[in-house]
Design a protein around this ligand. Structure first.
Ligand code: MG
Length: 258
């Protein structure tokens, strides 16, 4: 299923299923609990972020190609940080360069996992039971603040620094999907989720140990090589750019930069 959160004809937020014929059918109820897919056709006025997550976790260093390009050490266990839930925007919404950190803003395409039920202590072999689906994320990062502060929560939590979307896809195998970041039409990142060091089940087992994951939590699973910071010359987002993050079988997350 392809689940969109949209503004309907009355500009009210609703979930809608994208049908085979590309029309949208209204969903009544809560996609994290009980819901019904109706026959009522919705004509979306705007695509919203596909989830309003209660928590966002993100994995650092989960692709060897990215670890090598930034000269980091290979982690022995998954290395997590959090992003502010107020940094979420949807597709087509602008990434705004922060007034306090406008010069070193970078993109990171990532597969995002949406947790479908509140859970903890989830063993790897049951991890897929707690996943609602998958979407595309851009883990936008202010590189100068990352270096200066020595921690990543603040530099990755500016408003608009977590584009998510366009939809949640529930019924795909996430283990070998092509993911790409395309800046102003130029491919910057191009890899496969099969290159993750820690698999999605391993990540969920690790992070949920004695830690409750609320339904709707989003987990960003790391980025491959090709970020702007590691290029020569370095590439940073500037006003007027358009950054597209795309993942096979999910779709394109497209954001202008302002
Ligand atoms: Mg990242």
């Amino acid at each position: 299923m392809r689940l969109y959160r949209v503004l309907d004809e009355q500009l009210q937020p609703t979930y809608a299923l994208e049908a085979e014929d590309k029309t949208f059918r209204r969903i009544e109820g809560d996609i994290l609990d009980d819901y019904t897919i109706t026959d009522v056709v919705v004509e979306p006025r705007k695509i919203l972020p596909p989830i309003e997550p209660p928590t966002i976790f993100a994995v650092a260093g989960n692709y060897r190609s990215h670890i090598e390009e930034v000269h980091a050490k290979t982690p022995e266990a998954p290395n997590f940080f959090a992003k502010s839930i107020t940094s979420v925007i949807g597709t087509d919404e602008p990434i705004r360069l922060p007034a306090v950190a406008p010069d070193n803003v970078d993109y990171e395409v990532e597969l995002a996992v949406v947790i479908g039920q509140t859970c903890r202590d989830v063993p790897a072999d049951r991890a897929y039971d707690v996943i609602l689906g998958y979407t595309v994320a851009n883990d936008v990062s202010a590189r100068d603040w990352q270096k200066r502060l020595g921690q990543w929560v603040r530099p990755k939590s500016f408003d608009t620094f977590c584009p998510l979307g366009p939809c949640i896809v529930t019924d795909i195998d996430p283990s070998n999907l092509r993911l790409r970041a395309i800046l102003n039409g130029q491919v910057m990142q191009d890899a496969s989720t099969s290159e993750m060091l820690f698999s999605i089940p391993q990540l969920i087992e690790f992070i949920s140990a004695d830690l409750t994951l609320l339904a709707g939590t989003v987990i960003l699973t790391g980025t491959p090589a090709g970020v702007g910071e590691a290029r020569s010359p370095k590439v940073y987002l500037k006003s007027g750019d358009v950054i597209v993050c795309s993942i096979e079988q999910i779709g394109e997350l497209k954001n202008p930069v302002k």
